[in-house]
Ligand binder design. Structure first.
Ligand SMILES: Cc1ncc(COP(=O)(O)O)c(C=O)c1O
Length: 319
């Protein structure tokens, strides 16, 4: 599964749990049940909106975020106080454009005091917790009710290895569990298919296990550190290009840059793609064109950083 499905699985557990706390039962359907609301930061990822919609919860309410895209805990408190319905709050570890992390200790405290379930979308950022150099970014996440992440992003295993982690295993199984007369039940434990949307599925856990087993704790930390160092190197290098501005605080693996003129930024992205040495995804952040580097390949060493910066310089020189 992908992060979208991992988020879906965790939010399914969340939906059923908050409904149950409110005296409802998702097995009876949502019609007539208390309305479950989902709140995310203004820069929450689109897959969370889509997962909430697939679960019949509608488009999540948006909570104000700061300049780096971090949800504002005070705005969350106000949003929570404005309604009494069962609530799921989705926080983010790693903003797609800035790499920023929500302030988990504050936001989770606020959400839990209001009785909400807290989910963390950590598609690429949850892995910050693996390195002592970046662990502070995810401080407090252990208090959340569920997490989702992608092993195919930061951990560098093949695509389609989303991971959903729910603190209360009974909540996941209640929402997604499935039994059939032709399937042999595993005594004493739930089957993997009881916690995810699929039944027949590839053994995706094998490459994830193999990567973790071969890297070990220090290896994963080194991988994460290497990505961050590469992002910082790219940011420092391209910030020296006249007129090109790095728009985010580079706290993790994302670098977003642009010229004052959006057309020039778009032309930069096109020139990079045309040359083909480097791909920086063209995007729009805070209403302005940006080119975005998301460093996620463990092979991004000092030489790759230098090649990236040189490709940006060549592309900028052409404009
Ligand atoms: C924060 C965040 N959440 C979710 C996703 C979606 O991941 P996937 O494509 O694996 O569904 C991304 C993708 O970059 C992301 O950055």
């Amino acid at each position: 599964m992908l992060s979208r499905s991992a988020g879906f699985a965790a939010l399914a557990a969340a939906r059923d749990a908050v409904l149950e706390r409110a005296g409802g039962d998702a097995r009876d359907g949502l019609a007539g049940a208390p309305r479950v609301r989902v709140l995310t930061g203004a820069e929450g990822h689109e897959t969370i909106d889509s997962a909430a919609r697939m679960l019949g919860l509608g488009v999540p309410g948006k909570v104000a975020a700061d300049a780096q895209g971090r949800l504002d805990p005070a705005a969350l408190e106000a949003a929570l106080a404005s309604g009494r319905s069962p609530t799921i709050v989705v926080l983010q570890a790693g903003n797609l454009h800035s790499g920023a992390f929500d302030q988990f200790e504050d936001a989770i405290g606020v959400a839990h005091r209001a009785g909400a379930w807290v989910h963390i979308d950590g598609a690429f950022g949850l892995w910050a917790g693996a390195s002592p150099r970046t662990a502070a970014l995810v401080r407090g996440i252990e208090a959340a009710d569920s997490w989702s992440t992608d092993a195919h992003k930061t951990l560098n295993v093949p695509y389609d290895c989303g991971v959903s982690i729910v603190a209360d295993p009974t909540a996941a199984v209640r929402a997604l569990g499935l039994s059939a007369s032709y399937l042999e039940a595993v005594a004493g434990d739930a089957d993997p298919h009881d916690r995810v949307p699929e039944l027949s599925r590839r053994a995706r856990g094998v490459p994830v296990w193999a990567a973790l087993r071969s890297l070990g704790v220090d290896g994963v930390a080194g991988l994460v550190d290497g990505l961050v160092v590469a992002a910082q190197g790219i940011a420092a290098g391209i910030a020296r290009i006249p007129g090109l501005e790095v728009r985010n605080d580079v706290v993790f693996t994302q670098v977003c840059a642009g010229f004052a003129d959006d057309e020039r930024t778009r032309a930069l992205g096109a020139a990079l793609a045309e040359e083909g040495e480097v791909f920086a995804s063209p995007s729009t952040w805070h209403g302005r064109a940006v080119v975005r580097c998301s460093v996620s390949n463990a092979g991004t060493d000092a030489r790759a950083v230098a090649r990236t910066v040189a490709a940006f310089e060549r592309a900028a020189a052409q404009l």
